[in-house]
Design a protein around this ligand. Structure first.
Ligand code: SF4
Length: 218
């Protein structure tokens, strides 16, 4: 196993790294966190989901809020729901199905699928069987959507883990690159100030001043 407990990256961090590596670094290196409507709604949903209980039926078992980890891939986190299906004869484990609950509708970006796939990598190691698919339940659509955990998606997760690990090793915050669609919906836009910092860290004095003001120091 290549990783130890201290090296593990949390699955919930992947969404930030995929959305914007600078956002990831601000949160995990600088401990900056702002709540906007999107993050607040997401948390409310997860609180509701995580208040549910362990449930058992004849041919499958449902477990909510299951802690998972993979030392092979160096990742850890929690699954909203894991369904473990058994063979009718013999009661052997046949399938392990991770189910992720999400606010709103399916997103264009792969963020939800990436998190689900990271959970599957953990479950594969924990249960010792392949996890070929998972499901995402979108609150606004009131339905579960099947997600095939193919090689392309797995590679995306592994590459992302590598990039995140590099940020942590170098302890360096990537420069801001303003993208209207992304930055205007980012919970850290005020702290990040992508228009002021810009490519290569321009207007640093203005940025530092704004950061001090943001922290209530001037
Ligand atoms: S405001 Fe833009 S550049 Fe800054 S962290 Fe958010 S998405 Fe990244």
């Amino acid at each position: 196993m290549p990783y130890i407990e201290d090296d593990l990256i949390v699955i919930s961090a992947l969404q930030h790294g995929l959305f914007c590596e600078r956002q990831y670094a601000l949160i995990y290196l600088e401990q900056v966190w702002e709540e906007n409507r999107f993050t607040a709604e997401g948390e409310v949903l997860h609180e509701r989901v995580h208040s549910e209980h362990y449930e058992s039926r004849k041919t499958y078992r449902q477990e909510y809020d299951m802690a998972v980890r993979s030392l092979e891939w160096g990742v850890t986190g929690k699954c909203d729901l894991v369904e473990v299906w058994y063979t009718e004869k013999g009661g052997m484990i046949e399938t392990v199905l991770p189910v992720e609950f999400k606010r709103g509708r399916e997103k264009e970006r792969d963020v939800d699928r990436v998190q689900l796939c990271a959970q599957a990598l953990c479950l594969e190691e924990m249960f010792g069987i392949g996890v070929e698919r998972g499901q995402i339940y979108y609150l606004q659509e009131h339905r579960r959507k099947n997600v095939t955990l193919d090689d392309a998606l797995r590679k995306k997760v592994v590459d992302l883990l590598e990039r995140i690990r590099k940020i942590m090793t170098l302890q360096k915050i990537p420069a801001a690159v303003y993208e209207k669609r992304k930055c205007d919906n980012c919970s850290l836009v005020e702290a990040c100030m992508p228009k002021s910092v810009g490519r290569g860290g321009k207007n640093v004095a203005r940025y530092v001043q704004a950061q001090l003001a943001h922290a209530g120091l001037i």
